[in-house]
Design a protein. Structure first.
Length: 531
């Protein structure tokens, strides 16, 4: 292992005649020529090792080319979320002493307090002298993980972090040059960088960026190109399935019931020798996704149990990963062959997991260590010290357990755990997955809320569209579904939201915003209509 420049050069030259960016038809050889031209242009501007260069652009080949060019100089890439306000950009750019900022046309009009360069512009070929002193321990990328109030937490990822986990992922999913990876994940998120760009690039694969999240656009791309690996967040896999079922139900209740019967009992039917019939039933679904698709990647949060089983029963291979920005993406990965549902598997590469301080449920705090783990937060020694123990183990902030096969299971963030007066722990993610089985619940987020000075398991729920008497129906549904659950795990009170719940770029519900809306009276909290 050396640095990003060396690894990208190796892959670019080794696969020079292969297509790197499929939609645009750009080869690896042409990509590398553009990388060198951009690196030389930056070098001519005086950019050197240790400088910070910002990237503010939607997914594109130019984003990747610019990323590789900056890293080739030993400079640091500041990856910026494309959904923020101008004052936040200015603060973030200033905090890390950004020297230059690359922007796409969508962001070119604003003043960010630093010199801007257009990411779409073509750089003239010129001689480029790569930085010879860049080592694997040098920082390559900066990613914000918190807002700008107080001292920000900016994750530093080294060349070693990115390269080691990318090579481990390539090996884990058997990525080969003939693969075409498609992603809907933003490149400003570490999951998007690893699964959508850097790991497949090092393997010589084709890359497709699907910037539109509209179902017809995604399916159109899958129909047009022989995509073999598709990475997304769990909510997208859930939406795909739910929309499929909804379409069948609208067409014919018989079709819907027949399909759900086969989805639920496919393994038993195959065991009885009816595999060809099962395959025939699910063939239209596979055709919709593209018959070349061999792997669905899921990460960012947990994929619900029933969706894991449904995709598996339809003969789709879904591999879940687990990681954080601080681990350069997926530090754990589910088994490629016969993956365990709702399990994120074992550590990848030279990485390690420990679960400490187990509670009465056998669930504890997840600690991580290895080549993928960040060296710390930029200009924030207090946050770095708080996140690591004296032996270099990183506290993920997540809770879970390791099963007898050595595989990790996630139960949610420690800060989200609801501790009842009895001392019992309630894990919101488990309850959300359970209640989402109801056809009357489109979205749900569960959290603790004090009512009459007692901690209560509270939920904000969005019903399907055009649901009449939604509050009363959901109340009856919660009561029905709560039978069989321990009393302390039952939802004590709830509110109804007509609008979709606010989510992050990786589709996690922004619980703090939900709570703020609840306190502001924006949700229906009783059977009467909202004023």
């Amino acid at each position: 292992m050396s640095n990003i420049f060396a690894e990208c050069k190796r892959s670019s030259l080794e696969h020079a005649d292969s297509i790197a960016f499929v939609v645009e038809g750009i080869t690896y050889g042409e990509t590398w020529r553009r990388v060198l031209a951009r690196a030389a242009a930056l070098q001519a501007r005086g950019v050197k090792k240790g400088d910070v260069i910002g990237l503010l652009s939607k997914n594109s080949p130019e984003w990747c080319i610019t990323f590789m060019a900056i890293a080739s100089l030993g400079a640091l890439v500041l990856v910026l979320d494309t959904n923020l306000k101008i004052d936040m950009y200015r603060t973030m750019i200033s905090f890390v002493d950004t020297k230059l900022l690359y922007v796409s046309k969508d962001f070119a009009a604003e003043d960010y307090g630093v010199e801007k360069l257009r990411i779409e512009e073509t750089d003239s070929p010129r001689d480029f002298a790569p930085a010879e002193t860049v080592t694997e321990e040098d920082v390559a990328i900066l990613i914000y993980t918190s807002g700008t109030t107080g001292l920000p937490k900016v994750v530093q990822l080294t060349h070693k972090n990115l390269i080691s986990i990318s090579l481990a992922c390539i090996k884990h999913v058997y990525a080969e040059p003939q693969d075409i990876f498609m992603t809907v994940l933003p490149l400003y998120h570490v999951y998007g960088i690893l699964a959508g760009f850097y790991a497949p690039y090092l393997a010589g694969c084709g890359l497709i960026f699907q910037n539109s999240l509209k179902g017809p656009d995604i399916l159109g791309t899958l129909a047009k190109y022989p995509v073999t690996v598709f990475s997304a967040v769990p909510q997208m896999w859930e939406i795909f399935f739910d929309r499929l079922v909804k379409t069948l139900k609208n067409e014919s209740m018989f079709k819907y019931r027949l399909f759900m019967f086969f989805v639920k009992y496919a393994p038993d039917l195959r065991h009885l020798g009816l595999g060809r019939l099962v395959d025939k039933i699910f063939y239209p679904v596979h055709k919709t996704f593209g018959l070349h698709l061999r792997l669905l990647l899921s990460g960012g949060s947990r994929l619900g149990w029933r969706y894991c089983l449904y995709y598996k029963n339809m003969s789709f291979r879904v591999v879940e990963g687990y990681g954080l920005t601080e681990t350069a993406g997926p530090i754990c990965g589910g088994k490629y062959h016969k993956p365990t549902p709702i399990c994120v598997g074992k550590p990848l590469g030279n990485n390690f997991v420990e679960v400490r301080d187990l509670n009465s449920d056998g669930i504890g705090d997840i600690w991580l260590k290895g080549d993928a783990v960040t060296p710390g937060y930029y200009k924030n020694p207090q946050a770095t010290k708080a996140a690591f123990d004296e032996h270099g183990w990183f506290n993920s902030g997540d809770m879970g357990f390791i099963d007898r096969h050595g595989e990790l299971h996630i139960r949610g963030r420690r800060k989200n755990v609801i501790v009842m007066a009895s001392g019992k722990n309630v894990y919101p993610e488990d309850l959300e997955a359970y209640y989402l089985q109801s056809s009357l619940i489109e979205e749900i987020t569960v959290f603790g809320r004090y009512i009459d000075r007692h901690e209560t398991v509270y939920a904000v729920i969005r019903p399907p569209e055009n649901t009449e008497n939604a509050y009363a129906k959901i109340k009856a549904e919660l009561k029905h579904m709560s039978h069989g659950l321990p009393t302390y795990k039952r939802i004590g009170d709830f509110a109804v939201s007509i609008e979709p719940l606010p989510r992050t770029s990786t589709q996690k519900v922004k619980v703090h915003e939900v709570v703020a809306k609840l306190e502001a009276g924006e949700y229906q909290t009783k059977a009467d209509p909202v004023n």
